[in-house]
Design a protein around this ligand. Structure first.
Ligand code: ADP
Ligand code: MG
Length: 245
C-alpha cells in the first residue's frame, strides 16, 4: 500500500439508473505513483475518472484528495478540481484561441496569475511537450498528437498535484501515439502522480507502478504490471488480455 496517499477512493458507489457503474471502489494512488486503469469498454473507467474530479456525483463512499474529502460544490470544489488535472480522449482545445492562449487561459482566470507570468510559464510548458515553436498557431493547424500535447501542457499549467488521463491516445492516428506517450513517460519520470486509462500495454508495462483492472464497475485486480501481465488471477483479466495482447 502507498505510504503517502494523494488520491483515495473508499467504498465508492454510483448508479446510472439501474446500472451499478461503480461498485464499492476502493483505491489509493500514492504521491508520485503512476496507476494504469484498464478493462473492457463499459467497465466504468471513465466514470471513475470523472468522479475523482466530481464531474460525476457519487452516491456513497468517500473520495479524498491530498487528505481532504472532495467537497460538494463551491470554491473548495473548484480548488480541489484544479489540483487534479484531466486530459481527455478528445482534446477539447479552444478553437479560436492560439496554443499559447489555450495554455495560459486557466492560470489567469482560475489561479489569478498575471498574464505575462502565465505566458512565460506556458512557453516553458510548451517547450517541455516539444511544441515551443507552435505557440502562436491555432489548434486546427496542429496534428492530433500535437493538440493532445497542448492539452497536457494546459493541464500542467494549473500546477496540479495529479493528472488523470482518460484514453489520451485513443483518438490519435497510430503514428502520433508515441509522441504523446513519450511526454507522459517523461512526466512519470519527473514524479507526477498519474492515473491513466489506456489500452497501451507497453506504456502500462514501462511506466505504471500498478495496474488496476476493472470489469463491471469493480476493481478486479490491483497489482504490479509484472504480476498482472505475467499471471493475471481473474478469468475476466485473462480473457481481456487474450483479446488485446
Ligand atoms: P468505460 O470508460 O470503462 O468504457 P464508462 O465509465 O464510460 O465506461 O461507462 C460505464 C457504463 O456506464 C457504460 O455502460 C455506460 O454506457 C454507462 N454510462 C456512462 N455514462 C452514462 C450516463 N451519463 N448516463 C447513463 N449511463 C452512462
Ligand atoms: Mg471510457
Amino acid at each position: 500500500m502507498a505510504v503517502d496517499p494523494l488520491i483515495e477512493l473508499r467504498d465508492v458507489n454510483k448508479h446510472f439508473g439501474t446500472l451499478h457503474v461503480l461498485q464499492d471502489i476502493t483505491l489509493t494512488v500514492g504521491r508520485g505513483e503512476v496507476v494504469v486503469v484498464i478493462g473492457p469498454s463499459g467497465s466504468g473507467k471513465s466514470t471513475l475518472c470523472r468522479a475523482v474530479n466530481r464531474l460525476e456525483t457519487i452516491e456513497s463512499g468517500r473520495i479524498i484528495i491530498d487528505g481532504q474529502d472532495l467537497p460538494e460544490e463551491g470554491k473548495a470544489l473548484a480548488a480541489l478540481r484544479a489540483d487534479v488535472g484531466m486530459v481527455f480522449q478528445s482534446f477539447n482545445l479552444f478553437a479560436h484561441k492560439t496554443v499559447l492562449e489555450n495554455v495560459s487561459l486557466a492560470p489567469v482566470k482560475v489561479r489569478g496569475r498575471k498574464r505575462e507570468d502565465a505566458d512565460r510559464r506556458s512557453r516553458e510548458l510548451l517547450d517541455r511537450v516539444g511544441l515551443a515553436d507552435q505557440a502562436e498557431k491555432y489548434p486546427a493547424q496542429l496534428s492530433g498528437g500535437q493538440q493532445q500535447r497542448v492539452a497536457i501542457a494546459r493541464a500542467l499549467a494549473m500546477e496540479p498535484k495529479a493528472l488523470l488521463f482518460d484514453e489520451p491516445t485513443s483518438a490519435l492516428d497510430p503514428e502520433m501515439i508515441n509522441e504523446v506517450l513519450e511526454v507522459m513517460q517523461q512526466l512519470a519520470r519527473d514524479g507526477m502522480t498519474m492515473v491513466v486509462v489506456t489500452h497501451e500495454m507497453g506504456f502500462a508495462r514501462s511506466a505504471a507502478n500498478r495496474v488496476v483492472f476493472m470489469a463491471d464497475g469493480r476493481v478486479v485486480e490491483d497489482r504490479t504490471p509484472e504480476d498482472f501481465f505475467t499471471a493475471p488471477r481473474s478469468e475476466r483479466a485473462k480473457d481481456f488480455l487474450s483479446k488485446i495482447l
